[in-house]
Write a new protein. Structure first.
Lengths: 284, 327
C-alpha cells in the first residue's frame, strides 16, 4: 500500500523520474520473448500434427488438435481430479487460515507469538519430510489414494502462506472499526464475519488464488501419497508421460498447456492480486 | 479491548441470552464482578477458538511429521512395518548408512552446486531485470507482469517443456546451436548444468518481482541528493541502491536457498536424478530411499539432515526479516 503511494508520489513529484522511451520497450519485449520462449514452444509443439521424431517447425503451419484430443482422452480425468483437489484445498485452507490470521493480527492471546513463529518455520520444512511421515499415517487412516487425503496434504502449502498474507493485510484494519461493531452489540464471531471478512476481500482473493495455484501444481504429494490410478492429478499424469520413452510430444505438450491454464488465467484476469501475493508472502 | 468487552456485555444483558452461553455466564457467578469475569473468559475462549483449527492443522501436518521423522530416523522402518507394525530401534545405523553410502558425497556436492548456481543466476539476472524495469517506460508494467508466467506454471510442466527443448537429437536448443548434438540431460557432465539453467529460468521472475518492490521503496529524493553530489549511474547504484536494498536482498537470497534446497519436481521431471546420480541431491535421494527403495528409516535420516540445513537458513531468514521490519 505504502509502495503504491510512494511510487505515485515519485512520479507526481517532478519530472525527476527519468522516463525511458520506446527503445526501452523494445528491449523489454525482446527480454520477454527470450523468457517466454519455452512457453511459446510448449504451445507450438502442442499444435503440431506429430511432434515425434522429426524436428518441430518454428511455427505450427499445419495446425492439428490431435495432441489435445489425446491429452483430453488420457488426462481429462486427471485434470478433473486436479481441479477437485485444488478447489477443496482452497476452501479448507481459507477456513482454517482466515480466523487464525485475524486472531494473530488483532488478539493478544497467549501463545500467539508461538503460533506465528511455527507458521514461519513450517515453510522451511521440506515437503519430502512431510510426505515421508504422512505415508505411514495415511496408510493406517485409509487416506492414501483419496481426494481428502490429497486436499489435506496439499494444504501444507496453502495454509501457512494464507495465514501470513491475510494477517499482514488484517493488521492494517483499524481496531476501532471492529470495536465499534462490538459496541453495537455484535459478538466476536459476528464482528469477524460481517465486518472483517468483507473488508479483507482482496487479501482473501490473493490467498485463494495462490493456494489454488500451489495445490494445482503439487507434484510431490501426488507422487508419494497415491499409488494407484484411482486418484491421479494431472501433474503426476504428465510425469508418467516423461517416465517412459516419449514418442508423441504433441500430446505431452498439449497436456502441459492444459495444466498451465490456471496460471495463465490468473496472470491475465487477476493481475493486481498476483504481485501482491508474491511480495506480500515473502517479505511481510 | 477490555472496555469494548464490558460495553458489549452491558448491551447483551438486555437481549435474550443465546442458548449456547456457558452456564457460568448466565447463572452461578453473582454480582457484576463475577459476570464481568465470565464474560472475559468467554471472550478468551472465542479468541482461542479462532486460532485452534490452524494450531491443530500445523501440529498434525508439520509438527507430527517432523517429530515422526526424527523417530523414524532411528528405526528400521520399511514396508514390512506397515503390516507387522514392528520398527526395530537401530540407533544411528540409518545415519551411518546414509552418510557412508557412495552417493552421499555426490548428493551433498550436487545440492550445494545446484543451490548456489541457481541462486547466483536467478539473483543476478533478476536484479538486472528489476533495475531495468525500475525506470518507467511505455508498456513496462504489462511486460513486467507477463514475465511472471514461468514462475506460475507448475514445475512439472516446466520440466516437461525443457525436456523437449533440451532433447539431444530434436531439441530446439541444439538446433539453434547449429545442429550441435549436446547431450544436455543424458551426459553426466552436462546434466547438472542443464538442471541449474532450467531452475534459473524458473526463479528469475520471483527475484525480479521482490527486488523490484524493494527498488520502488527507495525514496527518489535520495537519488536526487546523490546526483547533486555527483553520484549517478553505477555510483548511485553502489552508494544508494545497494545499501538500501540490502534487507530485501537478504530475504530474497535466504528464501531462495530454503526453496531451492527442497526442490524435487524439476530434477525428477528433467533427469529423474540421473544419469548415474549426476543430478542426485539430498532431497531427491531422500525421496528415492523412502519411496523407491521403501527404506523409510534411511529416507527420514536424510530428510532430517535436510531439515537441519534448512533450519540454519530459517534462522537467518527470521533475523533478516526482523531487520527488514526495523529499517
Amino acid at each position: 500500500m505504502t509502495r503504491a503511494v510512494a511510487g505515485r508520489g515519485a512520479v507526481a513529484g517532478r519530472g525527476g523520474v527519468e522516463r525511458r522511451g520506446w527503445g526501452a520497450t523494445a528491449v523489454g519485449v525482446l527480454l520477454l520473448a527470450v523468457m517466454l520462449f519455452p512457453v511459446y514452444w510448449m504451445v507450438n509443439v502442442s499444435l503440431q500434427p506429430s511432434g515425434s521424431a522429426v524436428a518441430t517447425p518454428w511455427i505450427p503451419l499445419h495446425l492439428s488438435l490431435h495432441g489435445y484430443a489425446t491429452a483430453l482422452t488420457q488426462q481429462g480425468g486427471h485434470l478433473l481430479t486436479s481441479l477437485l483437489v485444488a478447489a477443496g484445498s482452497v476452501v479448507f485452507s481459507l477456513l482454517v487460515a482466515t480466523p487464525a490470521a485475524y486472531a494473530l493480527a488483532h488478539f493478544r492471546v497467549r501463545g500467539a507469538g508461538v503460533v506465528l513463529f511455527g507458521t514461519l518455520l513450517s515453510q522451511m520444512v521440506p515437503a519430502i519430510v512431510v510426505a515421508n511421515a504422512l505415508y505411514g499415517a495415511y496408510a493406517v487412516l485409509g487416506l492414501l489414494n483419496s481426494v481428502p487425503g490429497l486436499i489435506l496434504a496439499d494444504s501444507t502449502a496453502g495454509i501457512p502462506f494464507a495465514i501470513l498474507i491475510i494477517r499482514a493485510f488484517l493488521g492494517a484494519i483499524p481496531v476501532e472499526v471492529v470495536e465499534a461493531a462490538r459496541v453495537d452489540g455484535a459478538g466476536q464471531i459476528r464482528a469477524f464475519v460481517s465486518i472483517v471478512l468483507p473488508m479483507s476481500r482482496n487479501a482473501l482473493v490473493t490467498a485463494a488464488l495462490f493456494t489454488f495455484l500451489c495445490t494445482w501444481s503439487d507434484f510431490l504429494f501426488a507422487l508419494t501419497l497415491t499409488t494407484t490410478e484411482a486418484v491421479r492429478p494431472v501433474t503426476l499424469g504428465l510425469f508418467q508421460y516423461l517416465g517412459s520413452y516419449v514418442s508423441d510430444w504433441s500430446s505431452v505438450m498439449a497436456t502441459a498447456v492444459l495444466a498451465s491454464i490456471p496460471a495463465v488465467v490468473l496472470l491475465l484476469v487477476a493481475q493486481r492480486y498476483v504481485s501482491a501475493g508474491v511480495t506480500g508472502g515473502a517479505v511481510k | 479491548m477490555a472496555e469494548a468487552a464490558r460495553l458489549a456485555m452491558a448491551r447483551t444483558e438486555s437481549v435474550p441470552v443465546p442458548a449456547s452461553v456457558p452456564e457460568s455466564a448466565s447463572g452461578s457467578a453473582p454480582g457484576v464482578a463475577g459476570r464481568w469475569w465470565s464474560a472475559r473468559r468467554r471472550e478468551r475462549l472465542t479468541q482461542v477458538g479462532f486460532l485452534l483449527p490452524a494450531v491443530l492443522y500445523l501440529g498434525a501436518f508439520f509438527g507430527y511429521p517432523v517429530v515422526k521423522n526424527v523417530v523414524m530416523g532411528f528405526q528400521h522402518y520399511t514396508t514390512a512395518t506397515f503390516y507387522t507394525g514392528a520398527a526395530p530401534w537401530v540407533g544411528f545405523a540409518n545415519y551411518l548408512a546414509v552418510t557412508g553410502s557412495a552417493v552421499f558425497g555426490r548428493a551433498v556436492l550436487n545440492t550445494v552446486l545446484f543451490t548456489v548456481g541457481s541462486i547466483a543466476g536467478q539473483f543476478t539476472i533478476g536484479l538486472a531485470i528489476a533495475v531495468f524495469f525500475h525506470r518507467r517506460f511505455p508498456l513496462g508494467g504489462m511486460l513486467r507482469s507477463l514475465l511472471l508466467l514461468p514462475w506460475l506454471i507448475p514445475l512439472i510442466v516446466s520440466s516437461a517443456v525443457w525436456r523437449w527443448i533440451l532433447d539431444e537429437d530434436n531439441g530446439v536448443l541444439n538446433r539453434s546451436l547449429g545442429g550441435a548434438h549436446l547431450p544436455w540431460l543424458t551426459s553426466t557432465s552436462l546434466a547438472l548444468l542443464a538442471v541449474v539453467l532450467v531452475n534459473i529460468w524458473i526463479g528469475i521472475p520471483f527475484n525480479t518481482t521482490i527486488l523490484y518492490g524493494g527498488l520502488q521503496d527507495i525514496p527518489q529524493e535520495l537519488y536526487e541528493a546523490a546526483a547533486m553530489d555527483g553520484a549517478t549511474g553505477l555510483r548511485a547504484f553502489r552508494y544508494v541502491t545497494w545499501p538500501l536494498l540490502r534487507p530485501v536482498v537478504t530475504v530474497v537470497l535466504v528464501l531462495g536457498v530454503v526453496y531451492t534446497l527442497k526442490v524435487l519436481d524439476i530434477i525428477l521431471g528433467l533427469t529423474n536424478a540421473g544419469p548415474a546420480n549426476a543430478t542426485q541431491t539430498l532431497a531427491t535421494q531422500s525421496y528415492q530411499l523412502s519411496f523407491q527403495r521403501f527404506d523409510f528409516g534411511q529416507g527420514a535420516a536424510l530428510g532430517n539432515i535436510l531439515i537441519v540445513v534448512s533450519l540454519l537458513f530459517a534462522v537467518g531468514y527470521l533475523r533478516a526479516s526482523r531487520r527488514a521490519v526495523q529499517s
